[in-house]
Design a binder for this molecule. Sequence first.
Ligand code: AHG
Ligand code: MN
Ligand code: MN
Length: 346
Amino acid sequence: MPTSKLITIERHIADQQHLHPEASGEFSRLLRDLTLAVRVIQREVRRAGLADILGLAGEENVHGEAVKKLDALSNETIIRAMRYGGHLCAMASEESEGLIQIPERAEKGAYVLLFDPLDGSSNIDVNVTIGTIFSVLHRVTPSDGTVGTMEDLLQAGYRQVAAGYALYGSSTMLVYTTGDGVDAFTYDHTLGDFFLSASGLRMPERGKYYSINEGNSINWFGGTRRFVEYLKQEDSATGRPYSLRYIGTAVADIHRTLLYGGLFLYPADRKSPNGKLRLMYEVNPLAMLIEQAGGMATDGWSRVMETQPTSLHQRVPLICGSRLDVEDALRFLADDRAERDALIQQ
Ligand code: AHG
Ligand code: MN
Ligand code: MN
């Protein structure tokens, strides 16, 4: 719901902490540090277009380093903002192969952070919306000041304590949940602060958009093919035919789906039997937001947040969105299961 309250993200985080008198403040500090990283990344994103004109790209910066690509820069920004905060015991990122250690001399906290520092990389150079995705979990090994392990990172999505994304679009937004609904904040660059713009976001039960890379249709299984055909048929009761919207930045496609409803699909197909998106730092956090807004997030057959992870960068299909739309999708996609399983076993 849009809000009439004029309140910054700082104040919102503090207010939420006061609702939990037992809270130590560690989690609030984690969110604040993450907000700082997002501020820095959004500044770099906004300057990226100017880099060509002003001759920054390919040159050296003040530190004598070559100017980095935005993905690498965003990755480093998050690591630098988070590793000395005292709230994390380990991190993982799309841009880093293994577990990211918290430095020896830094305090180790009770949480782990997994993130996609820059989502939608193919859209960077064409000035189309990109984002950052994050997932926060409580460690499972004892919180005794030791470093975190792979076991702390590889937890199912339903165990997330917070999840969210930053969207670098016509404005910068930060949308997150701590398991008690979804709140959205919009950045005012003149004041340098995020302001609450919607609280307790609820998505419609049914939408009028579907979002899928139709260029993959040659590899789709029969159920997916029939479902997309169904979405294009006329039916006044369900409002079909639906319109197609596909940005190719998961954050942006999910943001629209959260606000307008409808479907986002990156299904299993013959070429990619596990879909394309990454479970730990793309699908799980986006799924938590969708569920918290009243929608459904599945792998085409079951609740995707119940997938037991086996590796940091594993892929999983994602079919999510408005509840009634996802229920329709599941009826069609049930047929794809056997075909997919046979492919994986080969
Ligand atoms: P990333 O830029 O982090 O690698 O992620 C890109 C992902 C996701 O954002 C998007 O939904 C999907 O790739 C688009 O894939 P296709 O180009 O295959 O449609
Ligand atoms: Mn991504
Ligand atoms: Mn990425």
